[in-house]
Structure formats: C-alpha cells, structure tokens
Design a protein around this ligand. Structure first.
Ligand SMILES: CCC/C=C/C(=O)SCCNC(=O)CCNC(=O)[C@H](O)C(C)(C)COP(=O)([O-])OP(=O)([O-])OC[C@H]1O[C@@H](n2cnc3c(N)ncnc32)[C@H](O)[C@@H]1OP(=O)([O-])[O-]
Ligand SMILES: Cc1cc2nc3c(=O)[nH]c(=O)nc-3n(C[C@H](O)[C@H](O)[C@H](O)COP(=O)(O)OP(=O)(O)OC[C@H]3O[C@@H](n4cnc5c(N)ncnc54)[C@H](O)[C@@H]3O)c2cc1C
Length: 670
C-alpha cells in the first residue's frame, strides 16, 4: 500500500471494533436494498470519470470565474445524467434526490441549474394542464429551455398575497401584460435567474375584466434563446454576494408592460378564457402554493443528508484527532473518547436517522394526499400543509444548529473551507429561511393545531397526527411519567396538548377582555410558535420510534441493538432538553431526571465503539463529502497539506505586493 491509499490506523481500528453489519443499516436508511443498489449504480456511472473537475478549488476564483466554472460543471454533470444515468434510471428519475446528491460531487457551492429541476420543472408538473405539460415539459427536461422560480419580490417574501407584480389580461390580443409597478415589486432572490435562466415561473396578481383574482403562476420567457439577451421589456440581473449560494446566480427581475400569450398562464387550477372570463377549477384556494408544499416535503430529506455529511466528517476526524492527556504522560486520547465530544456528535447521527425516516414517511403521506386530490378529495391537504410546514421548519433549524456543532467539534480545522463544513452550514442555514421562514411556517401549523384542538374539545375525532388531542380531553391531570419509549412519546404529546390548550385559553381570555381575534392571535404568537414546535417534536419522536420498530423487525440482533440505542439516545436527549416542560405537564420527578441523565451517559458509552461504523453506514462517497477532514481513509493532515499546494498565494515565494506596498512602508520614516 502506498501512503496515498493507506487508511489511518486509528480509523482502521475503529472499523475493526464495529460490531454490526454496516450494509444492513445503509439499506434501512436508503429505504431498502434495491434502492441502495440503484443509488450506487447511479454514483458509479455519474462519478466514473472522477468528479474533481476543478484545477483550482472554486473558493479561490473570482465571482465571474466561479460562475462560469459552475456553469461548465453543471453542463458536464447534465450531460452525464442525460446520456448515461437516465439510461439506467429512466426519465422519471430526473429530479430524484439521488441525482441531486450525486451532483454535490461537482459543486462545493450550488449548481445554477438547481432551481430548474428543483422548482421550475415541478411547477410545470404540478400547476400546468396536460396540454401545457406536453408543450413545456419535454423541452425543460431536455434542457432546451432553462428555468427559475420567481416568486419572492424585493418587498415581499413571506406574504405571498402581498406580491405586487401584475399580470393583466388583454382579450384583444389574448395576452397577459406583465408589469412591475414599483421598485418593491421587482422579483428578487430566484436561484438561476440572474445569468442562467431563459425562462421562469413568475408569480403575479392576475387581473381580468377589471378584477384581481390573486396570485397565479405564469411561464415567462425572459431571454432570447440564441443570443441570451434579455427580451425587450425585461430587466434582469444578479443580486450580489451572499453568505452562501454564490454560484447560484440568484437574480432580480422586473417587467415593463411585457406581453406573454394567454396559454402561458399555468392553468391546472384556474383558467382565463379567451374572452377574459375567469374560471376557478380547484376545490381548494391554496393549490397554487403546491410547488412550495412539494419542496418543503423534500427539504426534510435534504436536512438529513446534509447533517449526515457533516457528522460523517466530524466523527471520522474525531477518531483521527488526538488531543490533551487524561493522566500525566499517558498517550493522547482520540477526541472521540471524550464524553463531551460524544454528546456533540451522537445526537447528530441520531437526528440524521430521525429526519431520514421522517422524510420517507412524509413523502408517503404527500403521495397519498396527491392521489386523493387527483380523485377530487382535498380533505387531507390541511394536515399535509401543517405537517410539511412544521417538519420543514424544525428539520432545517435543527440541521443548521447541529452542522455548526459538528464544525465546533472539529476545532480550528473545521473553520477551513476545505473541511466543507462552512459550505454545508452556509447552504443549510438558508433552508431555514427559504421556502417559508421558520417562524412563519410554525405559525401555519399552529393555525391547524388550534382548529384541531377546538374539534377535539367538541368531541370530534381528529386526524391521526393530532389524535393525542382526543386523549387530552379524556384524561385528567398530568401525564404519568414512564421511562419507556412509548411513555416518553406520550409525555411529549401531552406537552404539545398542554401548550396548545394554553394558547387557546390565552386567545379566548384576550378576546373576553376586549381584543378582536386578530390581535388576540397576534399577542399569542410567541406561545403558538412554541406549541407548534412541541407538536412537531412529538411527531418526529413518534415517527422515528415507530419506523425503527417497523424497519428492524427482520434485522440482525446487533443492527437492532445499535439502532435501538440511537433512537433511545434521541428520546432521552430531548427529554433532558425539555425537563422544564416535562415537570410542568407530567409527573416526572427529580429522581426520574437523574435516571434519564445516567441512561443518556450510558448510551454514549454503548454507542462509542460503533460511532465510525454508524457514519460509514451513511455511505457518502469521498467525492460527495469533499472534505479534507472527513475522507474514508482519514488522511487528514496529508490532505490539509496537499490542499495548501493548490493555494494560488503559495505559487511564488514572494508576493508582488511586497515590492508594491510593504517594502515602501518598511523604508518610510515616521
Ligand atoms: C434552492 C432555493 C429554493 C428556494 C425557493 C424559494 O424560497 S421559493 C419562495 C418560497 N416562498 C415561501 O415559501 C413563502 C412563504 N409564505 C407562504 O407560503 C404563505 O404566504 C403563507 C402560507 C405564510 C400564508 O399564505 P396566505 O396568506 O395565503 O394564507 P393564510 O395564512 O391567510 O391562511 C389561509 C388558509 O390557507 C391555508 N394554507 C396556506 N398555505 C397553504 C398550502 N400551501 N396548502 C394548503 N393550505 C394552505 C392555511 O392553512 C389557512 O387555512 P385555514 O386556517 O383558513 O383553514
Ligand atoms: C438562498 C436563498 C434562495 C432563495 N431562492 C428563492 C427562489 O429561488 N425563488 C423565490 O421566489 N424566492 C427565493 N428565496 C426567497 C425566500 O423564499 C424568502 O427569503 C423567504 O420566503 C422569506 O421571506 P422574506 O425574505 O421576505 O423574509 P420576511 O418575511 O421579511 O421575514 C423577516 C422576518 O420577519 C418575520 N416575519 C415575517 N412575517 C411574519 C409573520 N406573519 N409573523 C411573524 N413573523 C413574521 C420572519 O419570521 C423573519 O424573522 C430565496 C432566499 C434565499 C435566502
């Protein structure tokens, strides 16, 4: 073995210690052996030529070079997907998460094409009629047109009903006239819009026959397909440097009485007839928000994947890194041996599992609701909206915090861009804001919870995810504390029920003392966010536990044990995090809390020998991890030194700035 492919001895030891079948766990996380094999096949094809297509790491490039490089790599990757991968998977897999994730091997930051497949294509699929899909979809999938999703404006992101861009129907020419009446009506933020896209989905207020019908979606060509020049009446550009997403050319867009054909309105849920008559087809007023619901559902899995990457890096590094001494003169321990380090990292592994299994469950719920809606039944949509809102909010928020924790766990080297942890953080922290801000989405869930509470209060049976509310009205007093997984979950549900109940009481008291409903709601929003968070926590705990029980039914004993330890760690961690709530809403005693703490510390000890095996089970290839600290072979120090060689600042022994500035300064007199 050459030193280049030698595995770090500490990591090799860790792998020898691992006592469970790693592949078995990978299959569970991927959703079955078939799916793992399919993913591996895709990765083999897509990464066959080696994905490191950068001579100079992208972080050393100027803004223009970075963008051009990102386009170059996007085209390479798209061609591989079009010509090689889809041969295996079929066209229906074009937007699959596996392809999105394999793409991470090509970009440290983001592909400018991300929103094309991530939102432009889904908006065609979800919001267009079959006839419109036949016109647009093949061209979009074949990259004959490249799209973005332009909804947010300079003045409004959250409040969609407040968007100002107008689309006014002109029956004379059978066209819509798009217009940006104010500076705040300029579209702002859309990924891929600034320099790359020639088309985009535009969300605008629809006017016809003198009446506004609210926001609707339109497909709009913004650039010439030959010259790429913005079309007359279109003003488009890039919004400037950001914390992350710097290769995504997020853009601005304004219209000056710009005309598009009538059939460019996405007409699945509502139509404007030739004469300007508005026809509403949908049975639910918010179906035009469907693309957002779809993306929120997918973001739970994204949060899991990115956290899995971060914790893979941090655990492998912690096995390689040695620091301090426990006793004078003793060998320096691996930092993974410190319980405080285990406390930082094992919860990240468990959370990645919790989110992955919750994401699959949510995806199944989403497809079931879609199937019902196809049959004309929209009754299950409110629950899906409430679930996808809070799960998107919590998964992105927790993943952000834990990725940062992984970076802290890597000390100074975690601060290097080459560790990839700063990129991961900058990417995931944005997911807490985009596709619906954290607070705003939890307040959407709270609306649903208050309604469900009122239904349960009146004796109605409520939907499954809030069924605990029915129990709330049939039991008296605090929930009896019980240290079993089911017991902990029940207590978390009681916490949620108790908090929702307090919100309802606050709203009612405020109304009784003279406030109108809107103000009473507003004044209660701090509590409402808290209640929605508690509800969502209980959903995740419940789903994670149920799914582990279901999925490990036929697993080998050791796999069952280690996955059980992780889910117990998760339940215990959150019980300890929320002791205040538990004391308020259950009969838990100080003694029980001491027991929980001991149980938690024992779990850290039990999981320790399998920690590296557990992150190996995420099965994330080095090309995708792109980290000096986290590679499979653990050549951390060698990779950090190799990276130094790529630094353009080290190309010449003396920098020109020495002669230009430093030397004159050194020679000058005071
Ligand atoms: C890579 C980067 C990619 C990034 C891309 C982006 O960011 S793209 C940009 C992403 N941008 C964003 O994500 C913007 C975030 N903002 C929003 O999504 C909306 O403005 C809003 C949901 C916050 C409020 O909307 P509103 O003022 O129209 O509504 P309201 O509060 O008055 O509630 C009225 C009723 O509607 C219900 N309902 C609402 N939504 C849905 C739904 N999807 N489905 C079903 N139902 C829904 C709600 O439950 C309530 O029901 P109730 O109680 O009456 O039975
Ligand atoms: C990296 C990135 C990529 C993006 N990509 C796209 C894209 O491709 N297409 C697109 O259309 N958009 C995109 N966006 C925009 C994104 O969807 C919005 O930024 C997001 O929806 C939040 O809206 P906002 O920026 O207007 O924040 P605001 O709504 O102004 O929020 C500011 C603060 O006010 C609070 N707040 C707002 N309303 C309420 C309320 N009702 N109650 C309580 N608190 C409230 C929020 O909690 C937040 O703390 C992107 C954003 C980012 C950061």
């Amino acid at each position: 073995m050459t030193s280049k492919n030698k595995i770090n001895e500490d990591l090799a030891n860790e792998r020898r210690k691992c006592n469970f079948n790693i592949e078995e766990v990978t299959y569970i996380l991927d959703g079955g052996k078939e799916k793992t094999l399919q993913r591996k096949k895709i990765e083999d094809v897509a990464l066959n030529g080696g994905a490191s297509v950068d001579d100079i790491p992208e972080e050393y490039l100027s803004a223009r070079e970075r963008y051009e490089n990102a386009i170059r790599k996007s085209c390479i990757y798209t061609n591989i997907v079009k010509n090689e991968v889809l041969e295996i998977t079929g066209i229906e897999n074009y937007g699959s998460p596996v392809l999105r994730r394999t793409g991470d091997a090509f970009f440290k930051d983001i592909s400018p094409f991300m929103l094309h497949l991530g939102m432009f294509v889904p908006s065609i699929i979800g919001q267009c009629t079959a006839e419109q899909q036949a016109t647009w979809l093949p061209r979009a999938l074949d990259m004959k047109i490249i799209g973005a999703y332009a909804q947010t404006e300079l003045g409004h992101g959250t409040f969609i009903r407040g968007l100002e861009t107008t689309a006014t129907y002109d029956p004379e020419t059978e066209e819509f006239v798009l217009h940006s009446p104010t500076i705040t009506s300029y579209k702002w933020w859309a990924g891929g819009l600034g320099r790359t896209a020639n088309h985009c989905t535009v969300v605008a207020q629809l006017y016809t026959q003198g009446k506004c019908h609210g926001t609707h979606l339109f497909i709009v060509q913004i650039r010439d397909l030959e010259t790429h020049m913005p079309l007359p009446g279109v003003k488009v550009g890039e919004i400037g440097p950001r914390m992350g997403f710097n290769t995504a050319d997020n853009g601005f867009l304004g219209f000056n009485n710009y005309r598009i054909p009538r059939m460019n309105m996405m007409m699945k849920n509502a139509q404007v007839l030739k004469d300007g008559t508005y026809v509403k087809a949908a049975r639910h007023g918010k179906l035009t928000y469907g693309t957002m619901v779809f993306v929120r559902v997918t973001l739970v899995g994204e949060a899991s994947f990115n956290l899995a990457k971060a914790v893979t890096i941090a655990v492998r590094y912690s096995a390689v890194r040695r620091q301090s001494e426990l006793r004078p003169g003793s060998i320096e321990p691996q930092i993974l041996d410190y319980p405080t380090q285990q406390h930082k990292l094992f919860i990240c592994i468990a959370t990645a599992h919790a989110f992955q299994l919750t994401a699959s469950w949510l995806w199944n719920t989403f497809t079931a609701v879609q199937a019902e809606m196809k049959k004309g039944n929209v009754d299950t949509l409110p629950e899906l909206h409430a679930l996808s809102s809070c799960l998107k909010a919590l998964s992105t928020s927790d993943a952000t915090a834990y990725i940062e924790q992984c970076r802290f766990a890597c000390g100074g080297h975690g601060y290097m861009l080459s560790s990839n942890l700063p990129f991961l953080y900058a990417f995931v922290v944005a997911t807490r804001t985009y596709e619906g801000d954290y607070t705003v989405l939890l307040l959407q869930t709270a609306r649903f919870l208050v309604k469900a509470w009122e239904q349960a209060e009146s004796g109605k049976v409520v939907t499954p995810t809030v069924a605990y509310l029915n129990r709330h009205f049939t039991t008296n007093g605090k929930m009896i504390w019980d240290n079993s997984p089911e017991g902990i979950i029940r207590v978390f549900q009681s916490v949620a029920a108790g908090k929702i109940s307090l919100c309802v009481r606050s709203i009612r008291n405020r109304i009784t003392s003279g406030m109108d409903h809107e103000d009473a709601w507003l004044m209660t929003t701090v509590q409402l966010v808290n209640a929605a968070e508690a509800h969502c926590r209980s959903v995740i705990l419940h789903t994670y536990w149920n799914e582990i029980v279901r999925l490990t039914k036929h697993s080998s004993d050791n796999v069952k044990t280690v996955l059980n330890q992780l889910v117990m760690l998760y339940l215990t961690y959150w019980a300890l995090e929320r002791t205040g709530d538990l004391l308020r809403y259950s009969t838990i005693s100080e003694n029980d809390i001491d027991l929980l703490q001991r149980q938690y510390e024992e779990l850290l000890v039990k999981i320790r020998p399998n920690a590296v095996g557990l992150v190996d089970a995420f099965d994330i290839r080095d090309e995708i991890l792109q980290s000096t600290l986290g590679s499979y072979d653990g050549r951390v120090y060698e990779r950090l030194m190799e990276e130094v060689q790529k630094n353009p600042l080290n190309k010449e022994p003396v920098d020109p700035s020495f002669h230009k500035y430093l030397k004159p300064l050194m020679k000058s007199k005071i």
